[in-house]
Design a protein around this ligand. Structure first.
Ligand SMILES: [Zn+2]
Length: 440
């Protein structure tokens, strides 16, 4: 007998070029069969979910989350962060290493990935590129990769020194994984708390110039070229949370040139502008900061034209007391796992007419490829049964109080959303549902 049968849904699986009504049969945590409606009539399953009116898609994948464990479990834990992920339709998340202590060793990586942490969806991690994320000495890429690392990053900070970034790209290329770069020339942004421009000037806040992002992207692309030429390797640079037109233009050029560069854009960077800072709203404070309307529009353009490879939330929980401070003192970051699909559907699907297939590609198929998550990001036979069922037409309002995350720091509290997650299935287990499935 099969474990789970999902019937009457509309399957959107860009990796297999399917955008049509299909039923899905799940056995032992894997997709056992995918076929036209009613093809599995008479097949016995422990549970049948009637997905009438719902999109069935590969579970969403977020290559950029901060789960705060170990060290800052008052903000979030692996269990609460992955519960928020499940509620948002995510079945895989990639944890950043800026925990306390920094995830920079095999022992720490293994501790984080241990099932005892209680992850509700599949947890992956990118350990630090340098010891303590200090930007000086590389971590042991080979050993960490063997222990499950899907990439390396000092996120929260850039790898600033040329020779260190060069060595990181070479070591990552040998392991076959990307270096994920937080592209910020911190020599230009010290003491800054929002985007540079007239708005920061009026508020009396020091602003981060757009050049700070572009400069690091430009330098990293130059390193890719040099390494290809000198070492005969093909390093993979992944640029995190791109927020400026200047950086996206550089990435577009580099792709044309044939360099192995990918990038992500966060929902807040294509849905909001620096105007959201309003009168010093710390829920609009993150790094990179919300930018001007021109940059926001160019992020949308990049997602539509294919320059941007994927959407990642940069889910960054902080306690209420931390955000309840003067703007310049409050920490950077907002939560994002439960609002990503709703914001993306509203902004890119409804307002820009982006197809469901492209949205699923941006939020599942592409991130699976970027982080080489084998058997995920598609609904093929033999793949993990990681699925999200959502009503693409349903409008709803996000209530931060109802969040599964431990934290509530979001500028999307009370914001209108489009596309409601009805069920999330991780390796064949229903890990979130917001309706009573028809049991047969
Ligand atoms: Zn970052």
């Amino acid at each position: 007998m099969s474990d789970l049968l999902i019937v009457n849904g509309h399957l959107v699986d860009p990796a297999n070029r399917i955008d049509a009504p299909h039923d899905v049969l799940v056995r032992e945590g894997r997709v056992a069969a995918v076929d036209r409606p009613a093809a599995f009539e008479g097949v016995e399953a422990a549970e049948t979910i009637d997905a009438s009116g719902l999109v069935v898609a590969p579970g969403l994948i977020d290559v950029h989350v901060h789960l705060r464990e170990p060290g800052q479990t008052y903000k979030e834990t692996i269990a609460t962060g992955t519960a928020a992920a499940a509620a948002g339709g995510f079945t895989s998340v990639v944890a950043m290493p800026n925990t306390v202590p920094v995830n920079d060793s095999v022992a720490k990586l293994k501790w984080m990935l241990d099932p005892a942490r209680g992850a509700g969806v599949k947890l992956f991690a990118m350990p630090a590129a340098t010891i303590g994320s200090m930007g000086i000495e590389l971590t042991d890429f080979e050993a960490l990769h063997r222990a499950g690392a899907v990439g390396f990053t000092d996120d929260g900070k850039p790898v600033l020194e040329d020779h260190v970034m060069r060595a990181a790209l070479v070591a990552a290329a040998r392991a076959g994984v990307p270096v994920s770069q937080h592209a910020e020339d911190t020599r230009l942004t010290g003491g800054c708390s929002m985007n540079a421009g007239p708005m920061a000037f009026r508020l009396g806040l020091r602003g981060m110039p757009v050049e700070a992002e572009a400069r690091i992207v430009e330098r990293d692309l130059r390193l890719l070229r040099e390494i290809e030429r000198a070492e005969g390797l093909r390093p993979h640079l992944h640029v995190q949370h791109v927020s400026t037109a200047r950086a996206i233009d550089l990435i577009r050029e580099a792709k044309r040139e044939g360099l192995h560069v990918t990038c992500e854009i966060a929902p807040h960077h294509f849905a909001l502008t620096e105007a959201t800072v309003g009168d010093y709203d710390t829920h609009a404070k993150m790094n990179p900061p919300l930018r001007a309307e021109e940059d926001r529009a160019r992020m949308v353009e990049a997602l539509v034209d294919g320059t941007a490879d994927c959407i990642a939330t940069d889910h960054a929980p902080h306690a209420a007391f931390e955000k309840r401070q003067e703007f310049e003192r409050a920490p950077n970051g907002i939560t994002g796992l439960e609002t990503a699909l709703g914001v993306t559907m509203r902004t890119l699907h409804r307002e820009q007419g982006l197809s469901l297939s492209r949205i699923v590609e941006l939020m599942s198929a592409a991130p699976a490829t970027i982080a080489s998550l084998a058997g995920r990001g598609a609904v093929g036979v033999g793949h993990y049964a990681d699925l999200v069922l959502f009503n693409a037409a349903e409008e709803w309002v996000f209530d931060a109080e109802s969040s599964r995350s431990k934290s509530r720091n979001t500028p999307f509290d009370g914001a209108p959303m489009l596309g409601k997650v009805r069920a999330t299935i991780s390796e064949g287990r229903v890990v979130y549902r917001s309706f009573e499935a028809a049991l047969t």
